[in-house]
Unconditional design. Structure first.
Lengths: 315, 312
């Protein structure tokens, strides 16, 4: 019925008027459509965030809900920032972040460049390369502990085969010097395809005509690479680094399953430290302050980075 | 033959590039093939030194994965011969099947929570994305950025207050709680991806429908939704894969009734440490559906992983 009415109204009313009538209901529809999403995000993200900030000024412990909660001001923050362990975990995180990004950018870009040579069957190989990225990091990380076993692990055997070293002589996860690299290797294996796909999109966005023009100007291949390919792919590459940076700053599942933060504290990334403080030692107030510091750090670094990214894009 | 472009790589160059990429692909595939192979090994073959590439396949791992077993005396075993092939496998180790293991339940939890959260995030995400794509909404850019920024927080940082909130609301370790949580996490992806897909549908279609007397809502249901079907399907698969793989919230907020497979699989232990064939069998069953989905999704993969920021 209403459908019929609308029909006649739409035909009878002058265009500007009908638009105004619809405009009103449009606004209502817009709010009805957006509200549930905003509401859910407020309830599950913003409300908890405010709660975390509040808790960070207290000595609350979640395993003792009936204990008296004291307001202790900035003491949690002072304690975290003056604790050498905090800086050790920050350093472990920085090492992990830096090297995963370096390897993933180098290998990912190289692969994208090779795939862009348009050889036959590149769709098939690309699909295979992409697989690890989509899998559960916890499940895969857990299985890598078998691959890394000094005696029976496939990884050690292969490294031993190619380097001549005795595969039982080193333990990727157990050794203090090797463990930070063990997590870098698995993360690189998983996420290089991510950088590769984005670089590939960048390479494919460069029109052939630019290379043709350079060819006419007798620019060498090497020069073309540095003056055309690299600058044109750079914004894409920077976007990939942003995504990987944020993701790996949050890193938890893969590393917890691989090394559990050990040996000692050598691979204890910030999220793992946070989990220990919050859910093993139950220092809820302290860990809330830690969470706030992490959030401010990632948000601050990301905003600075996005500004740089926009500058590169505009150039 | 068409004119040869100067930017086209030579045959030798192509061959060389193809060989390098294929080599990398095979190396990358090795750990995954190893998982699948280990699922069919016997416990001794799985931890043999040097690692065994050729082995006699057995379903021992799969049987261990799905059953709980107890050791029995040789007399008892002699009196009760195995009735089925899987009982025979267990029997040979001096054990009997005591009942089903927890893996089935955990896998079903993953299915229920994964599909529930995917359905909710796609429904809410489509509505919001449509509104953001078509209407003038005050502070639109800020709202969109806010939606995206919810993804930047480390899950463990969010988990502290969520843990308290769920405890107060009685949502700890429930399907409903996990579905709500995963929906909230997925929404940023769903809204951003779907907005991109809906932006690509020409407005003229809806305007034509409006002139034909459809209401806005009818135009949305009958014109926009069918046009966006591929985008919605791709978004749904991304949401499903995220919920399927999620570990941090699952390990902190569930322990029994609502525990999903990722926190469970690493805890599968046998005699003296992890029962690798069973772990690998559980991982295979859990990972293969995602591999299939990845192959189905390959056209939209780039878009999905960049929240729609990069489109081909």
């Amino acid at each position: 019925m209403s459908h019929l009415n609308m029909d006649s109204v739409a035909r009878a009313t002058p265009r500007h008027l009908s638009r105004r009538i619809r405009g009103l209901s449009d606004r209502a529809i817009a709010w009805v459509f957006v509200a549930p999403t905003i509401f859910l995000l407020l309830a599950v993200n913003i409300f908890p965030l405010i709660w975390t900030i509040r808790l960070s000024f207290t000595n609350y412990a979640a395993n003792r809900p009936n204990a008296e909660v004291q307001w202790i001001g900035l003491r949690n923050y002072e304690r975290i920032l003056s604790d050498p362990d905090t800086w050790a975990t920050m350093q472990a995180t920085a090492h992990f972040l830096f090297w995963t990004i370096v390897f993933q950018v180098m290998i990912g870009f190289a692969l994208a460049w090779l795939i862009n040579q348009k050889f036959r069957g590149n769709d098939l190989w690309t699909t295979i390369i992409v697989l690890p990225m989509m899998l559960s990091p916890a499940v895969v990380g857990n299985f890598w502990t078998l691959l890394y076993q000094p005696q029976l692990g496939l990884f050690n055997s292969i490294v031993g085969f190619f380097s001549g070293a005795d595969p039982t002589s080193f333990s990727m996860i157990g050794d203090v010097h090797l463990a930070p690299w063990s997590i870098v290797i698995v993360d690189t294996w998983m996420w290089t395809p991510f950088v590769m796909l984005i670089c590939l999109a960048g390479l494919r966005s460069i029109p052939d005509s630019i290379y043709e023009a350079a060819e006419c100007d007798r620019a060498s291949r090497w020069r073309q690479f540095w003056t055309i390919t690299v600058p044109m792919v750079l914004p894409f590459l920077m976007l990939a680094v942003l995504f990987r940076g944020i993701e790996n700053f949050k890193m938890f599942d893969l590393v917890v399953q691989l090394t559990g933060g050990g040996p000692g504290n050598i691979t204890t990334l910030t999220s793992i430290e946070l989990k220990r403080e919050a859910f093993e030692k139950w220092r809820t107030g302290y860990s809330s302050a830690y969470a706030v510091i992490l959030f401010v750090t990632v948000f601050g670094l990301a905003s600075i980075y996005v500004k740089a990214l926009n500058r590169v894009k505009d150039r | 033959m068409s004119a040869h472009s100067i930017t086209e790589p030579s045959v030798r160059q192509k061959w060389f590039a193809g060989a390098l990429v294929a080599a990398y692909a095979l190396i990358t595939l090795l750990p995954l093939l190893w998982i699948i192979a280990t699922g069919f090994k016997s416990s001794s073959d799985a931890i043999a030194y040097p690692p065994k590439i050729l082995f006699e396949p057995t379903l021992e791992g799969y049987v261990n994965l799905f059953t709980a077993q107890t050791r029995q005396s040789p007399e008892y075993l002699a009196q009760n011969p195995p009735a089925t092939w899987y009982e025979a496998i267990v029997h040979d180790k001096g054990m009997v099947i005591a009942g089903p293991s927890r893996y089935g339940e955990r896998f079903m939890n993953s299915v229920i929570i994964g599909f529930g959260a995917t359905f909710l995030s796609v429904v809410l995400g489509t509505l919001a994305a449509y509104a953001f794509s078509r209407y003038r909404i005050p502070l639109k850019d800020d709202l969109l950025f806010f939606i995206l920024s919810t993804r930047m927080m480390p899950p463990i940082a969010v988990a502290i207050p969520i843990f308290l909130m769920f405890r107060n609301l009685g949502l700890s370790d429930t399907h409903a709680g996990m579905i709500l949580l995963y929906t909230a996490v997925n929404l940023s992806l769903a809204v951003w991806l779907l907005k991109g897909f809906i932006d690509e549908i020409p407005r003229e279609y809806e305007e034509a429908a409006l002139i034909d007397g459809y209401t806005r809502f009818q135009a949305f249901m009958k014109v926009v939704l069918p046009q966006a079907a591929t985008g919605i399907a791709a978004t749904a698969i991304f949401c499903l894969i995220f919920s399927w793989n999620e570990y941090a919230f699952a390990v902190l907020l569930t322990s029994g009734t609502a525990q999903t497979a990722p926190p469970f699989i690493p805890t599968i232990i046998g005699v003296g440490g992890q029962d690798w064939p069973a772990v690998a069998a559980g991982a295979t069953i859990f990972l293969v559906p995602v591999m299939v989905f990845t192959i189905l999704l390959r056209k939209h993969l780039l878009r999905g992983i960049t929240f729609g920021a990069v489109r081909k």
